[in-house]
Design a protein around this ligand. Structure first.
Ligand code: ADP
Length: 482
């Protein structure tokens, strides 16, 4: 069984969020189940630097107005196909925007190109790798099912799976671009790529993929409602059973407190005391008062409205009264300023590192007592999975994948010994404050707290179960191929 995955990010080559982690981890996770998965990614500068020597599998002198090559390469232990189109991808800045934060003006073409190349590989462009399934991720690869659907050259072809990692990013573009991106006029229809008068890349995928998955069962339900469907709830409801949720896992080799080179003291469930050294190392790194008794809350996150970090900013006086905060994050400038100011107002109690930093992310997971994820919505969330594995008790909003992965320390769950964290709803500042106080109270009872930590560390957060679900989906679809 062969699967081509098509995505704009793959860890560790290029990453702006959890999408990259998932795309990077899936090939190795499904390999033991007899599935050969290769990923097609754009040749961003970071990707081209990472791959070094590559084999040229295909060339086209005029692809979206410039030269294109498809390369096969191996980098960091992952086999990838790289779509090398310098006039589209060889530029500084992020994959989606220039240094000034504005989206690249030709994003419609850049990601149509990615999807078209993916669809062509799906149709057999590379004789050495003809996939049974094409698995596209997020709006950047959203046109893959559309190109497959409107290609009349052959009726048989691969089946398509589309995974939504975040419904908030939809990729909407001017309908005047339809011909330029190579779609026929009939594609611009309500049962095609048309979306409120524009071309919707995400909408196209939700409409035309054989199967749609999202990254947790709860999010798969939530997005069928107007509260979380972001305008796509009607379509998602109409797709019925074709839409399902499969939880993400994390790479348990990268995230392993027993072998982690980025933390001060390695530990496991049998010697949890060693964890205390990581707490004092984190307190030092964040300019916090070094004291093992103060409950230490951690955050590793994009700073954005989705993540509810404006609510946490409002709750800082309460938090500083009961514990400490170690925050790592980047994004919204206003939030960055708020946390920087709070670190000055509450010196010794609140610390922050602004930016993207793998080492500090590991230090927080290994040293914080509690990991906060107060998201307004969360398709899956990965940081709470890392927290479970590292014995940092997750305190989460009861939404999306957070709801599926953390068992709240209710009286009943505590008594039956299954609790792994603290969950709160609705997602408001007062409820967050109440949850912070509840965490601080639980922390006082050392024996129960350790029970929470150990339950979390025993939770299976690996890719083993999710990989089985993806494999079952691929096999079921492949069996239905015409
Ligand atoms: P999202 O994809 O919405 O940003 P997820 O929780 O699914 O959120 O994935 C976020 C990933 O990015 C996790 O692996 C997390 O550790 C990492 N991450 C987020 N912010 C930072 C940061 N500032 N520094 C290092 N890693 C970060």
């Amino acid at each position: 069984m062969r699967v081509l995955s098509v995505a704009s990010e793959i860890f560790p080559l290029i990453k702006t969020g959890g999408l990259a982690d998932v795309v990077g981890a899936l090939p190795a996770a499904v390999a033991p189940l007899g599935i050969e998965m290769r990923c097609l990614v754009p040749g961003y500068p970071a990707v081209m630097r990472a791959i070094g020597d590559a084999e040229i599998l295909h060339r086209d002198a005029d692809f979206f107005g410039g030269e294109m090559r498809i390369l096969a390469a191996r980098a960091h232990g992952i086999d990838v196909f790289v779509l090398d189109v310098p006039h589209l991808y060889e530029r500084p800045g992020s994959p989606y925007s220039a240094a000034d934060g504005k989206d690249w003006a030709d994003n419609a073409q850049r990601f149509a190109a990615l999807a078209l190349a993916g669809a062509r590989i799906g149709r057999g462009l590379l004789p050495g790798f003809v996939p049974d399934i094409v698995h596209a991720h997020d709006w950047q690869a959203g046109l893959v099912p559309a190109y497959l659907h409107y290609d009349e050259a052959s009726s048989s072809g691969p089946r398509s799976v589309f995974t939504v990692h975040n419904l908030a990013f939809q990729g909407q573009f001017d309908k005047a671009l339809l011909a330029e991106i190579g779609l026929p006029p009939r594609a611009f229809a309500i049962d095609g790529v048309e979306y409120y008068g524009t071309i919707g890349y995400l909408k196209a995928a939700l409409q035309l993929a054989d199967r749609v998955t999202t990254v947790s069962p709860t999010y798969a339900l939530e997005i069928r409602t107007s509260e979380a469907g972001m305008g796509l709830e009607g379509l998602l409801r109409a797709r019925g059973d074709a839409v399902s949720g499969i939880l993400n896992g994390i790479d348990t080799q990268v995230w392993n407190p027993a072998t982690d080179e980025l933390i001060t003291a390695r530990y496991d469930a049998r010697q949890l005391v060693a964890r205390m050294r990581n707490k004092s190392a984190l307190q030092q790194r964040m300019d916090l008062t070094v004291d093992p008794r103060i409950p230490l809350f951690g955050v590793v996150s994009r700073l954005s409205w989705q993540k509810g970090l404006d609510l946490l900013a409002e709750a800082l006086p309460t938090l500083a009264g009961i514990g400490q905060l170690a925050l790592l994050g980047a994004g919204d400038k206003l939030l960055e300023e708020k946390y920087t100011a709070a670190a000055q107002t509450h010196a010794g109690r609140i610390g922050c590192v602004l930016g993207y930093d793998e080492e500090v992310a590991h230090m927080i997971q290994a040293g914080a007592d509690v990991l906060l994820v107060p998201s307004r919505f969360e398709p899956c969330g990965l940081t709470q999975l890392c927290a479970l594995r590292y014995g940092a008790v997750p305190l989460v909003a009861r939404v999306g994948g957070l709801n599926d992965t953390v068992i709240d320390a209710s009286e009943m769950a505590l008594n039956s010994g299954v609790a792994t964290g603290i969950a709160f709803a609705p997602v408001t500042t007062p409820m967050l404050e109440a949850a912070l106080s509840r965490a601080a109270m639980l922390y006082e009872d050392r024996a129960s707290w350790m029970r929470l930590q150990l339950n979390g560390m025993r939770t299976d957060v690996s890719w083993e179960q999710p990989a089985k679900r993806y494999a079952a989906l691929y096999r079921e679809l492949a069996a239905s191929r015409s």
